[in-house]
Design a protein around this ligand. Structure first.
Ligand SMILES: Nc1nc2c(c(=O)[nH]1)N[C@H]1C(S)=C(S)[C@@H](COP(=O)(O)OP(=O)(O)OC[C@H]3O[C@@H](n4cnc5c(=O)[nH]c(N)nc54)[C@H](O)[C@@H]3O)O[C@H]1N2
Ligand SMILES: Nc1nc2c(c(=O)[nH]1)N[C@H]1C(S)=C(S)[C@@H](COP(=O)(O)OP(=O)(O)OC[C@H]3O[C@@H](n4cnc5c(=O)[nH]c(N)nc54)[C@H](O)[C@@H]3O)O[C@H]1N2
Ligand code: SF4
Ligand SMILES: [Mo]
Length: 578
């Protein structure tokens, strides 16, 4: 058995793993440097579902498969919905799409994650090619803008040694505490800051005009647009000083700069414009196409890879899915009852579905609501291959353990294809299809062949090869009398997997006692949680981590204006005792 695999989780780092002496270990070389993270160090302690169930009763896997077939056979094809999340990032997860698309079922599109930011990046650059970790390693200044590396991206930390760190985040994260400059910005005001940075950069003749004339010739028009911002009122609105803006400009001047953005800045209706405005600042500095420079976000993990599966299907959005339009809903690699916005709506809508089939690893709100539960095999027990949204490796995920329980995505799809007369290739065929996009590197690892370490060297991917700036100033005002909801990632969980948080975190000045029960409410719903005091949070914010039960009672299922994304931080909230 080959002992090499990779962590399957939806995480920037996508770590290579070696099984030795029955333990999961990180590779000594490469970005892991011998370390995984708590999720993977304790991976096998989290209890997985081992036995299929139908209507609450345990059944055998064969019985579960027959039951599933019968359910599908008894449902009109266009009344079947396949809802798939990213519980596992292996490319073979998509093989179920092949069956459901070929069968004539409905699939999903849209995103609960990075879609708004991605739409803004594509509007500006024409594509979403990422600045990989290996390039961030070469930069002199790293500006973390709405990303929390100690929690979500810990393998970037060793690369930061000796670099100047700047952090822009409403929460004083660990990286903020060690930064040269930390700006505790008011949430949802980053677009104004990005535009003001461009304006002052231009005023101080700090723009890379040679670069701009070639690749972003409309920069003067953009500068004019930034002049529409009222400086004093906007500084107040953002809770940022002129001194801080000056300091950022001083620190990035003539340096190799990586602007490392996360999903935090774009959980809003105008999330696309936020990333586009941050990109514009990077463009003004001439940071694209140069070593150690650029903007790192969540790149397109499938860049350079084509799908071997049939994926042609009618699709509905993942954000506001009307489950009750379907008789059968098949949920894979996802816990929508916790992780989709507007949980009360989701609950109501799912409660009207005749048959919910849950295909996953763990018990959660969604498995509880499901009629048929089919346990998946974990990554240790199946073959797969993965790519990443933050580096360019193509990683084989070899089966490193044997297990009798659960079924792999391929085996489930192959069973269904056989039963319904749909053609499907062998598992090896698909694995070698994906492997064929790899190119071996000197250290014997593989990278995706088509990806460049330094993208946009010869201009952008827009029609004109030039960066397309925002043309209108469209800043969304917020309600004044309530608190911002910040809902970021927790170090203990991966969204709703592993150890989930149970509290709401607030600044002590809000006056709640430690562990006192409070009700947090928004226009969409409410949730009761234990209060925890924390000095690192602004007084105008409450923080509830992703994965906390009930957090999405508060969030709206409206879409971002661009990118068909969820907007988890748009709704403001109130907190009351009891
Ligand atoms: N431990 C752990 N790791 C994870 C995950 C997990 O659940 N747990 N989830 C994985 C997934 S699915 C993803 S998408 C990635 C996301 O990883 P990150 O991109 O790091 O995402 P978040 O933690 O949501 O938000 C990052 C930071 O944005 C800040 N922020 C919030 N609102 C604003 C704002 O208006 N302006 C600015 N400037 N900052 C703001 C938050 O305070 C937070 O510190 O992490 C992955 N890795
Ligand atoms: N309030 C709030 N809500 C959020 C977010 C937030 O920051 N705040 N973040 C959003 C983001 S960025 C994301 S990406 C989504 C994530 O939302 P989901 O995609 O629902 O992610 P998880 O909660 O991690 O659930 C993943 C599920 O995948 C299953 N699974 C794991 N491995 C496998 C496998 O190999 N095969 C199969 N079949 N199943 C498997 C597990 O049982 C687990 O229940 O949540 C979004 N929701
Ligand atoms: S850091 Fe991310 S990719 Fe690496 S082991 Fe942990 S969860 Fe997996
Ligand atoms: Mo995500």
């Amino acid at each position: 058995m080959n002992n090499l695999t990779a962590c399957p989780l939806d995480c920037y780092d996508a770590c290579a793993i070696n099984q030795s002496d029955g333990k999961l270990k990180a590779l000594k070389h490469g970005h892991t440097q011998g370390f995984l993270c708590p999720h993977l160090n304790h991976y096998e302690k989290y209890e997985q579902i081992s036995q299929p169930r139908y209507m609450g009763k345990e059944i055998s896997l064969d019985e579960a498969l027959i039951k599933f077939k019968e359910i599908l056979a008894a449902t009109n094809r266009d009344e079947i919905l396949h809802y798939r999340g990213f519980g596992n990032f292996g490319l073979m997860q998509g093989v179920t799409d092949h069956f459901f698309a070929s069968h004539g079922a409905i699939l999903t599109d849209g995103s609960l994650c990075d879609g708004a930011g991605e739409a803004g990046i594509i509007a500006g650059r024409g594509s979403n090619k990422n600045m990989p970790l290996s390039e961030i390693a070469k930069s002199e200044v790293v500006l973390f803008w709405g990303r929390n590396p100690h929690v979500t991206n810990s393998h970037i930390l060793p690369l930061l040694e000796g670099k100047t760190i700047i952090v822009i985040d409403p929460v004083k994260t660990k990286i903020a505490k060690i930064a040269e400059l930390y700006i505790q910005i008011k949430p949802h005001t980053d677009i104004s800051l990005a535009m003001l940075l461009c304006r002052f950069l231009h005023i101080h003749n700090g723009c890379d005009t040679e670069f701009l004339e070639e690749y972003a010739s409309e920069f003067e028009e953009y500068y004019e647009l930034t002049q529409g911002i009222r400086i004093k009122a906007t500084l107040e609105e953002m809770d940022v000083t002129l001194g801080q803006i000056g300091k950022i400009l001083e620190l990035v001047k003539n340096k190799k700069v990586a602007i490392v953005c996360g999903v935090g800045v774009q959980k809003y209706s105008d999330g696309a414009d936020v990333l586009r405005a941050i990109d514009a600042f990077a463009v003004m500095l001439g940071l694209f196409g140069k070593e150690g420079c650029g903007v790192a976000y969540l790149g397109n993990s499938k860049e350079g890879i084509t799908s071997p599966f049939n994926t042609k299907a009618k699709r509905v959005s993942k954000v506001n899915t009307e489950f009750d339009n379907y008789k059968t809903v098949f949920i894979q690699g996802s816990n929508p009852l916790s992780q989709m916005p507007n949980s009360l709506r989701v609950k109501e809508s799912l409660s009207k579905v005749e048959k919910i089939v849950y295909f996953g690893l763990y018990e959660n709100e969604t498995s509880e609501a499901a009629h048929l539960i089919i346990p998946a095999k974990s990554f240790l027990h199946k073959n797969d291959i993965r790519t990443s949204y933050s580096h360019n490796a193509l990683m084989k995920m070899n089966r490193v353990r044997e297990s009798d329980s659960g079924i792999s995505e391929y085996d489930l799809s192959s069973y269904l294809c056989r039963e319904f007369g749909i053609e499907i290739e062998s598992e090896e065929f698909y694995l070698s299809h994906f492997a064929s996009f790899g190119i071996q590197k000197t250290d014997s690892s593989y990278a995706v062949r088509e990806r460049e370490e330094i993208p946009y060297k010869n201009g952008f991917d827009t029609k004109t090869k030039e960066f397309q700036f925002l043309e209108e100033l469209d800043i969304v005002p917020t309600q004044e009398d309530s608190l911002f909801l910040i809902t970021p990632k927790s170090s203990r969980s991966l969204n709703s997997q592993f150890k989930r948080e149970e509290s709401v975190y607030m600044h002590p000045s809000l006056g709640f006692n430690e562990n006192e029960e409070v009700t947090i409410s928004s226009a969409c719903g409410s949730v009761k949680l234990k209060a925890k005091n924390c000095d690192d949070i602004r007084e105008d914010c409450v923080l509830i981590y992703s994965g906390t039960k009930g957090v999405n009672n508060l969030t709206s299922s409206k879409h971002s204006l661009e990118g068909k994304n969820a907007i988890f931080q748009e709704e403001k909230v109130k907190v009351a005792r009891g």
